[in-house]
Design a protein around this ligand. Structure first.
Ligand code: GLU
Length: 440
């Protein structure tokens, strides 16, 4: 039997979630739910200076708002002893070595190589230092940072999105895994966590592709199999620019404030960059059922705020009453919801239509005589959706000349939901008063 997948979404609590990282969260979550696996929320908070509890809270609040629940939560700051142990193993096996160059020295080396037309790859000078030389440097007060010794090989993997990949590690600098202050770099802690938490699939943004070759070597150096990798193409804005620069504008908090429906965000992000049409959904289930990495294209996916706003409105238009009930102001009946949902750009607009139905509103009178006449021919209650048709058929006018003054008087606006549905909700007393020009 195949093992149930274990995936993780690993944001750093150094900022707010934006559509780019939410897309990674969504694909991980959909994949876990589709395969009966588990979804771990891992907070990459080893950068103590920039990590903040309020960002951690915001991340959790945003994920909950979007309906992405997690089966387990881990914090990297709780796992430092595990990183220390893995570090010691790599040092013992000769794969992690101390380096003493200052940033200025490294920059100098880099510039020299570039001026010679050579790739700026770290020259491994520190590997040639003997014990005495190292002791002398430390005696001068230098503290080492530690690099992972890459094996000179072509690392290959079959990416679920990008297909067969290869990175020539012989042309890469040995990555620094431990800083001079002893803190760890993300690429290393992530591998240790992925091993400990038995992560089967790493689903993340394309910006991490270049890390993957070195990380696969780290898995092997720690005697663990590398997970399956899936790198999602980056999102770009309409002009083709990166989204990350605009994170503020596109944070989940900002979208929530604007009244964007969370299911619209999910439906758009699940389909962007695939050949499948973007359609509104009323639950996450259809997105779970449809997840397929093979359908994600390799080109950057274009994210448009207009498309999201439009999809958000269409999401509301499709929402059944039962799924909305808890979010509606009290007093919104099913009939009212069904009458007005098709006219909402955001849920907040429902208030406008509650006010129109419940009144009092100031009617707009276009043709007082006609309206007063129409008021006298209003049928007796009970009213239903046929009432509008029967009533207006007897008013002796057609088309705009008939409907426009009625709508203006009855709702105070020239556009809105179908009058056949609104009229029974407004009721006879208020309808009659409004037709006579009275606020009701
Ligand atoms: N903390 C990393 C990030 O936010 C996680 C990348 C990964 O999924 O490996 O980019």
């Amino acid at each position: 039997m195949a093992v149930a997948p274990v995936v993780r979404f690993a944001p750093s609590p150094t900022g707010l979630l934006h559509v780019g990282n939410i897309r990674a969260a969504l694909f991980n979550w959909l994949f876990a739910r589709r395969q009966g696996g588990s979804f771990i929320l891992r907070l990459d908070d080893t950068d103590r200076a920039r990590s903040r509890p309020e960002f951690e809270e915001a991340i959790e609040r945003d994920l909950k708002w979007l309906g992405l629940d997690w089966d387990r939560k881990e914090r990297q700051s709780d796992r430092l002893a595990r990183y220390d142990a893995a570090r010691d193993r790599l040092v013992a096996s000769g794969r992690l070595y101390p380096c003493y160059e200052t940033p200025e020295e490294l920059e100098f080396k880099r510039k020299r190589l570039l001026s010679q037309g050579r790739p700026p790859v770290y020259d491994r000078a520190a590997l040639k230092l003997d014990e005495a030389a190292r002791r002398q440097l430390e005696g001068e007060g230098r503290r080492p940072h530690w690099r992972f010794k890459l094996a000179a090989e072509e690392v290959r993997w079959d990416d679920l999105v990008r297909g067969p990949q290869h990175v020539d590690e012989a042309s890469q600098s040995d990555p620094v895994l431990v800083r001079a202050d002893g803190s760890y770099l993300y690429s290393f802690t992530s591998v240790v966590d992925d091993i400990d938490l038995a992560i089967t699939h790493v689903i993340r943004g394309e910006d991490h592709v270049t890390n993957s070759g070195a990380q696969i070597q780290m898995f092997r150096a720690l005697d663990a199999p590398a997970p399956v990798l899936a790198h999602l193409p980056l999102l770009v804005d309409a002009a083709g620019g990166g989204l990350s620069k605009r994170t503020g504008a596109l944070s989940m908090g900002e979208l929530r404030e604007r009244g964007v429906e969370p299911l619209a965000i999910m439906a758009l992000l699940a389909r962007l960059g695939t050949a499948d049409p973007v359609e509104p959904v009323t639950s996450l289930q259809p997105l779970i059922d449809a997840i397929d990495f093979a359908r994600v294209g390799r080109a950057a996916a274009r994210f448009s705020e207009e498309e999201l706003a439009h999809l958000s409105a269409r999401t509301l238009h499709a929402m059944p009453y039962d799924l909305m009930r808890a979010r509606l102001p009290t007093g919104v009946t099913e009939a009212l919801w069904l009458a007005v949902r098709g006219n909402l750009a955001s849920l907040d607009d429902v208030k406008t239509w509650i006010a129109v139905v419940q009144g009092p509103i100031a009617p707009e009178i276009e043709d007082a005589d006609f309206l007063a006449e129409a008021a006298t021919s209003l049928p007796a209650e009970p009213w239903d959706e046929m009432t509008w048709k029967t009533w207006t058929a007897g008013l002796g006018r057609k088309g705009r000349a008939l409907f426009h003054p009625l709508r203006l008087a009855l709702t105070g606006r020239d556009k809105g939901p179908e009058m056949a549905r609104l009229l029974p909700l407004i009721g006879r007393d208020k309808a009659a008063a409004r037709l006579r020009g009275e606020a009701a």
